[in-house]
Design a protein around this ligand. Structure first.
Ligand code: AMP
Ligand code: GLY
Length: 420
């Protein structure tokens, strides 16, 4: 079959890498893609937020299946446009993608379904939001309602920080994402991510992962899109996973069906674990980046079968098969990320690292200049390996990094510290 993947990050390179290994995949096109995807697929320069353009391209190129990587095209309704044209698509409708694109929507779904989550209040008026914060006190969490590229959440340890966040959000610091806010109870505990393929009320968990959000070692420094991940996350025991499925995921899916907006795609649940209980922190309506990279490395070629089973509503009869192993990815980022950073520095040594089913360097922000791989973004490479133990995967990844010659890059040296 002919397959189109939308996106240009490490997440999409890892999806392409796994899908490409499946004999069902005849032609693979990535849009817009990056240097890593360009090496294993054709890249097409499409505006992936323009559903009409993606649809027309898919028809012209006889695309049988479209996999949507990032949240922005989902929130823009690209999946709706494709499905309306009869094109098989992996990813939720615009209405169902509100589970990520609107925090207030997700909270309302939790209320209706009984899924445990932080207590909250929803405001469109800054003065009322401030009064509520003064009444509740700190710690407290302030969230811009809409998509804010992972930056719309302020976990305030003191009241003034929360009040300042309200000022920022209503002043438009987060664009249109800030005109509405959700203010939440601060939840204590440890965080873990669960990934579940869903179609209507059918669902299939495909693994857990732990991300590292802060830029620097010791979980210090500014928040980023994620600096490294591993899978599975030992914190999410089989019992806790079952609890999350029964109390959070299934009730959410049932409520989405009841509302007439069934969810189809991967549901990425951020969970807070404390005293053997899990509560929902947030949903994302796509794979995590870099969490996807470790899931893809563990699942391999079957990923295409799983995504097809999801899109074709065959999850009830589908199983994922797991090797009893561990995967880790470490993000190499451009110096300065997540603040200002330079583009265009050369990266050497990648060709000395073999690509196997056990190790791969997934590309994120890369491009080629005169045949040379150069950095073209903040997060640039995801050095990824799989092994019998997390320690062995860790050692392998850090050994791979030694072979990469990129003085303009930096990476965390302590990915996996919690589990190791
Ligand atoms: P979100 O974008 O909703 O994932 O929030 C970003 C991060 O803020 C989460 O990964 C948590 O670490 C933290 N966070 C969000 N909501 C809460 C909450 N109610 N209590 C504690 N931490 C939270
Ligand atoms: N790594 C966090 C995310 O993809 O949202």
């Amino acid at each position: 079959m002919n397959i189109l993947i939308l996106g240009s990050g490490g997440r999409e390179h890892s999806l392409a890498w796994a899908i490409k290994q499946n004999p069902k995949c005849d032609r693979l096109i990535c849009a817009p893609g990056n240097a890593g995807m360009d090496a294993i697929a054709d890249c097409a320069d499409l505006d992936i937020l323009d559903g009409g353009e993606v649809r027309d391209f898919s028809v012209e190129n006889a695309i049988d299946f479209v996999v949507i990587g990032p949240e922005a095209p989902l929130a823009a309704g690209v999946a709706d446009k494709l499905r309306a044209a009869g094109i098989l698509t992996f990813g939720p409708s615009k209405a169902a993608a509100a589970l990520e694109s609107s925090k207030a929507f997700t909270k309302a779904v939790c209320d209706a379904s009984g899924a445990p989550t932080a207590a909250y209040a929803h405001f469109t008026d800054a003065a009322k939001a401030r009064a509520y914060i003064r009444q509740q006190g700190a710690p407290i969490v302030v969230k811009a309602d809409g998509l804010a590229a992972g930056k719309g959440v302020v976990v305030a340890t003191v009241e003034n920080e929360a009040l300042a966040a309200i000022d920022d959000m209503f002043a438009g610091t987060y664009g249109s994402a800030g005109g509405e806010v959700v203010i939440e109870e601060f939840m204590e505990g440890e965080e873990v991510s669960l990934f579940v393929l869903c179609n209507g009320e059918h669902c299939l968990p495909i693994g857990s992962a732990q991300d590292h959000k802060r830029a620097y070692d010791g979980d210090l420094g500014p928040n980023t899109g994620g600096m490294g991940a591993y899978s599975p996350a030992p914190l999410l025991t089989p019992e806790l996973e079952q609890q999350a499925m029964e109390r959070i995921i299934r009730p959410t899916l049932a409520e989405m069906v009841r509302r007439g907006t069934p969810y189809q795609g991967v549901l990425y649940a951020g969970l807070m674990i404390k005293d053997g209980q899990c509560r929902l922190v947030e949903y994302n309506t796509r794979f995590g980046d870099p969490e996807c990279q470790v899931l893809m490395m563990r699942l391999g070629a079957q990923v295409l079968d799983l995504l097809l089973a999801c899109a074709e509503d065959r999850l009830a009869e589908t199983r994922a098969s797991w090797a009893d192993d561990h995967a880790m990815t470490v993000v190499m980022a451009a110096r300065g990320y997540p603040g200002d950073y330079a583009k265009g520095s050369e990266i050497h040594g990648l060709d000395t690292l073999p690509s196997t089913s056990m190790q791969e360097v997934f590309h994120a922000g890369t491009t080629t200049r005169d045949g040379q791989i150069v950095a073209n973004g903040g997060r640039v490479l995801n050095v990824t390996a799989r092994a019998a133990s997390l320690q062995a995967a860790h050692d392998k990844v850090y050994q791979m990094i030694q072979a990469i010659d990129w003085p303009e890059g930096f990476w965390r040296k302590d990915i996996g510290w919690r589990a190791l």
